[in-house]
Structures are given as structure tokens and as C-alpha cells.
Design a protein around this ligand. Structure first.
Ligand SMILES: [Zn+2]
Length: 600
């Protein structure tokens, strides 16, 4: 894939209004040069999230989430880095350029671009045809019969393919697309005598869009009696891969990231009916099981994935297979238990939105779902049947980490199998491994000393006159972590525009610099404050050296160093007195205000 030039990434970053982008996720109020609000990354009641429009960065003093507008969109809307750049460039009218080191690659990119254009034009054509043509009357009646309003159908771009053999073909050729492009997009296919004709005819068309809303292919449903097969999909192409497609993802994306959960159903009309009823974090997988690619896509949207598949055997098996595709991901799978062979769309039509809301409430853990599935199909009337059930349950319980939920399910199995719990537990639990917990990047407590160092780096950045000088006086020995050493070096080299050129190759550095720059935007630190804090860091450095000298039994050196440390303490006290005096006179002394915030 052709890389975006770093220059065009920078132009996009500069053009994007981070306050506007963030405001879609949390309400921001202006405070001085910054905007503050409740953090959209963690639950909180007092605002510790701030956005600094001048640097284009955000930072949360509560959970340490921080970064630029690209990172924000990646984390909030589950887009890839490249997608966030392309989306923002679209939105803010930035022309992107790509590194065309490989002319073939550039060629492929352009030809994919043409296919997107062709597919999007065709989707619009199908949609118009659904509403305007006489021929689509049956299709309209079918969709209406499913309880779907024109609003939701138009919103998702549902359409109808004419029954003629060449409507799409001829109109695309007229618009300047070639037969080869039509074939490559999957819209046309070659006949036995060599001519091309429309692949989709007399069918309801569901555009399959990616997370960015680009049509990549279609799902097509038969409407006429005897028309076979009932469903046809676009063939695999350079832009469409069945295994990674999720119907409705472009519409569900922001709702899912906001809710922290995404619902997966089986059919197109389920998605449409649920959206219409106000459940907007819903996508369809349109297959018998979710693939690993689809699961990866879902994991980018939300941490909790709710499966609402049909209650029949194939739906149940499909759900059980999801677990395999989800293995190794930080993803919580749950199941919404559908009943009576009613898919969500039937249910909504028969019993209304409240009925589905009630089902959502009844969501069960994946473990419970597995246990129920085994128990429900087991013959519990004979000892042999119970043994078989136990054999099936063993691999269900084995990987499940110890939890109240696990205990609960063990009790349930014991009672259904009429066995005592203490007999059952060893049969089902062969020392389950403790779950590997993974802390989110940046979460956790920054050591006290390190926080001090961060504050000082922020103070340097905030003072354009003297900050550079203090940054250069600071050495690696003053800093207690490697990431802060990298940050110091970076800030010294990029003093005037610390965020420009920051990439996500070094996530820790990007995060530290973001935090420092947002901190710095609070209020500028004056020279006094810089001097005092520099001396404090210097004293801490000396203390470390003194300790080392003691450990090495270099007592004479240790004594000399101690004298220097005492001088420094006096100097600090003297300077502090001056700072107090200045504050009393109403001068700027921002050090404490910055520090108070950081300690809050
Ligand atoms: Zn936060």
C-alpha cells in the first residue's frame, strides 16, 4: 500500500480542528487557552480531560490517555491510522499525497480508487431505481412487509437491481468505465460468448460498506418466486473480501465505540430493523460464523461483543465458533438469547422495540451460553448421558479463569446433573490458568519523582525565552525513566513545534510528549520557577550520586557531594523566598498552579 507522505499527514493534522473532533464525544468548555471536559476514555464526574487546540493535542490527567487528533479517532472510532488521516483529509479538504516509490503500487491504488467510484455510483443508481421504478414495486412491498421505513432504507442506501441484462453495464460504460473495470468490481461478468453482462438482476441490493462508508461490494437478495439462489454476494475482488465485511459497520461505528459494545446479528434486515428501533450499534456478519478478520474489526470498535444469532442449531454452532476466532483477543463475548426461532427483525415486528430491549437485558456470558448449550442437548436421564455431558463441559470450564461467574455455572451444572459440587469441581477444573491481565498503555500510577520531571519538561516547553536553555542543561542523569530521556531529547530538538513529526512508531514517546505539551499549555512558567525546579532536579540527581558514593565506600567524595547538596538547598530556599515575594507583588508564578493540577 502506498504510504502517505509525512508532509501530507502534517497538513491534515494542522487542518483538522481537534476541538470539533473531540466535541463529538464529550462536551468541552473553554478554560484559558485550553478546552476541558469529562474524559471520553474513562468514567469520571469531574473534568480532567483537556484539549489544547494550539498544539493539537489532548490529555487526560485522570487516566493518562493522550495524543493527537489521529490517535483520538483511532481509539474512539476504531479506525486505522491511515483511515483516520484519509477521513480527516476528506472532512477538512486536504489533498493527500502518497509516496510513489513503487509505480506499480501507485497504479494499483489508482485502479482501486476507480473501483470505489464505480461501486459508489452504482449504489446510488440501485437506490434511485428502488424508489423510482415500477419494476421495484415487489421489492418495496417486501421491505415494507418487513416493517422497514423508507428513512432507514435510504440511510443505508438499500437499492434494487433492474432485471435487464445490461443496465449497469451500459450506464457505467457511458460514464467512462471500462468492461474490465466492471468485471473487476464484480458488477459485471463475462458470458460464454465473451460479452459482459450485469451480475445482479432483479434483486434487492444491500451495499457492503467499510468502516469509512465506502461501498466495496453488494449483497443481493432475490425477490421473485423461484429465483435462485436466494442470496448472491459480490465476488472477491481487490476491494471486497467477504471474510472481512460487516454490514452496517459504517453506521454502527460511532455508536458502538460510544457504548463500548457492539451487537452482531445474522441478517441485513435485522440490522435495518434494529437501527430503525433505535439500536444503532448493530452489524451483521452475513455468514455462518464470524471470521478472524471480522472479529478483529469488531475488536477495534468495542470491548464487548454481543452475539444475537438465531436460536437454531446453525446459529448456535456459529456462535460457538466465534470463540475460536476471538481467542487471544481482549474481547468479552456475550450472548443475547433469542428464542422461538424469531430473528431480531421478526421480534421487533411482532413485539416492538421493548421486547428486544428486554432481551438485551437478559444477555448472558459466553460461559453460561456454552453450559446451557451442552446441558440443553444432553440426555440427563442416564449415567452415560451425564458422563457425555461432563466430557463436553470439561473443555468449556478448563480455560475459564476463576470467577464468581465460573462458580455460579459450576453450581448450575451440579444441580442439573444431580452431582455434589465438590465431586464436580475437580472433574471440570484442572487448575485453570490465571488470566493474563494486560494493563492499558499509560494506565497506572506514574511514580512521584517521574511526575516531577514531567512537570519540569512542561515548564521548559511553556517558556519560549528560557525553556530551551534549561532543556539543554538537563541531562539524562536528571531523569528517572527512559521514555522521559527520549522525550527530553525530542523536545530539545523540536522545541518550537514539539508535536510536528511525532509518529506512532514510538507510542510511549508520543504519549509522553502529548502530556507534556498539554500540561505546558496551561500557563507559562516564569524563569524563577524554572530555576527553582531545575535546582530541585539537580539536588535529586546529587542525592542519587551521594548514595552511590556511599555504596562504593567513597566516603570523602560522599562528603564533598553532601556539601554541594546543602548549598543547593540553601539556593533553592533563597529563590523560593524571591518567588514568594514576587507572587505577593502579583507577578506570574505559575509553577505551583501547574504542579497543583498535576497532583490533583
Ligand atoms: Zn481519562
Amino acid at each position: 500500500m502506498a504510504r502517505l507522505t509525512s508532509e501530507s499527514i502534517e497538513r491534515t493534522r494542522a487542518a483538522a480542528d481537534i476541538v470539533e473532533v473531540v466535541s463529538a464525544h464529550t462536551e468541552l468548555r473553554r478554560r484559558g487557552g485550553r478546552w476541558v471536559g469529562l474524559c471520553p476514555f474513562h468514567d469520571e464526574r469531574t473534568a480532567s480531560f483537556s484539549v489544547d487546540p494550539s498544539s493539537g493535542l489532548y490529555y487526560c490527567f485522570g487516566c493518562q490517555a493522550g495524543g493527537d487528533v489521529f490517535k483520538f479517532l483511532r481509539e474512539k472510532e476504531g479506525l486505522e491510522f491511515r483511515e483516520t488521516v484519509e477521513q480527516l483529509a476528506d472532512r477538512y479538504g486536504v489533498e493527500l499525497s502518497y509516496e510513489s516509490a513503487d509505480p506499480d503500487e501507485e497504479e494499483r491504488r489508482k485502479s482501486r480508487q476507480r473501483l470505489y467510484e464505480l461501486l459508489s455510483k452504482t449504489a446510488e443508481f440501485y437506490s434511485r431505481y428502488l424508489w423510482d421504478s415500477d419494476e421495484a414495486r415487489g421489492a418495496r412491498a417486501y421491505l415494507e412487509g418487513r416493517g422497514l421505513d423508507s428513512d432507514v432504507l435510504r440511510d443505508f442506501g438499500i437499492g434494487y437491481a433492474p432485471s435487464a441484462w445490461d443496465r449497469v453495464l451500459t450506464s457505467a460504460l457511458r460514464s467512462g468505465f471500462s468492461e474490465e473495470e466492471l468485471a473487476a468490481s464484480g458488477l459485471a461478468q463475462k458470458g460464454r460468448r465473451g460479452g459482459y453482462y450485469d451480475r445482479f438482476r432483479a434483486r434487492i441490493m444491500f451495499p457492503l460498506r467499510d468502516a469509512r462508508g465506502r461501498a466495496r461490494g453488494f449483497g443481493a437478495r432475490a425477490v421473485r418466486d423461484g429465483q435462485q439462489p436466494k442470496y448472491v454476494n459480490s465476488p472477491e475482488s481487490s476491494v471486497y473480501h467477504k471474510g472481512s465485511s460487516l454490514f452496517g459497520i459504517d453506521r454502527a461505528r460511532t455508536h458502538a465505540t460510544k457504548a463500548g459494545e457492539v451487537v452482531v446479528v445474522e441478517g441485513y434486515t435485522d440490522v435495518l430493523a434494529l437501527h430503525q428501533a433505535g439500536f444503532q450499534n448493530v452489524v451483521a456478519c452475513m455468514g455462518t460464523a464470524l471470521t478472524e478478520e471480522q472479529v478483529a474489526e469488531l475488536a477495534r470498535l468495542a470491548r464487548v461483543v454481543l452475539l444475537a444469532f438465531d436460536a437454531d442449531r446453525s446459529g448456535t454452532e456459529a456462535m460457538l465458533r466465534v470463540q475460536r476466532a476471538a481467542a487471544g483477543r481482549q474481547l468479552e463475548l456475550k450472548v443475547i438469547p433469542l428464542t422461538d426461532d424469531k430473528d431480531p427483525s421478526d421480534l421487533l415486528q411482532a413485539d416492538g422495540a421493548d421486547a428486544f430491549a428486554a432481551l438485551m437485558e437478559k444477555q448472558i456470558s459466553f460461559l453460561e451460553f456454552q453450559v446451557r448449550t451442552v446441558i440443553d442437548s444432553a440426555d440427563l436421564s442416564s449415567p452415560a448421558g451425564k458422563d457425555r455431558a461432563l466430557a463436553e463441559l470439561s473443555p468449556v470450564f478448563e480455560p475459564a479463569p476463576p470467577s464468581a461467574e465460573r462458580e455460579e455455572q459450576l453450581r448450575l451444572v451440579a444441580s442439573r446433573l444431580d452431582l455434589s459440587e465438590h465431586l464436580l469441581a475437580p472433574l471440570l477444573s484442572r487448575s485453570p490458568a490465571a488470566p493474563r491481565s494486560r494493563r492499558p498503555i499509560g494506565a497506572g500510577v506514574v511514580a512521584h519523582g517521574e511526575r516531577w520531571e514531567r512537570v519540569f519538561l512542561a515548564m521548559c516547553i511553556s517558556n519560549s525565552e528560557h525553556g530551551r536553555d534549561y532543556l539543554s542543561r538537563l541531562t539524562d542523569d536528571h531523569l528517572s525513566s527512559d521514555v522521559l530521556r527520549r522525550a527530553r531529547k525530542w523536545l530539545a530538538e523540536h522545541f518550537d513545534a514539539p508535536t510536528v513529526g511525532l509518529t506512532h512508531d514510538d507510542e510511549q514517546l508520543a504519549q509522553a510528549v502529548s502530556e507534556i505539551v498539554v500540561r505546558a499549555s496551561g500557563q507559562p512558567a516564569d524563569e524563577h520557577a524554572l530555576e527553582v525546579d531545575f535546582l530541585r532536579l539537580e539536588r535529586r540527581r546529587l542525592e542519587r550520586v551521594i548514595k552511590q558514593a556511599g555504596e562504593a565506600e567513597e566516603f570523602e567524595r560522599q562528603h564533598e557531594l553532601s556539601l554541594r547538596r546543602n548549598e543547593m538547598t540553601e539556593a533553592i530556599a533563597r529563590l523560593m523566598g524571591e518567588a514568594d515575594l514576587q507572587r505577593a507583588r502579583g507577578g506570574a508564578a505559575s509553577l505551583d498552579s501547574i504542579r497543583q493540577e498535576s497532583d490533583a
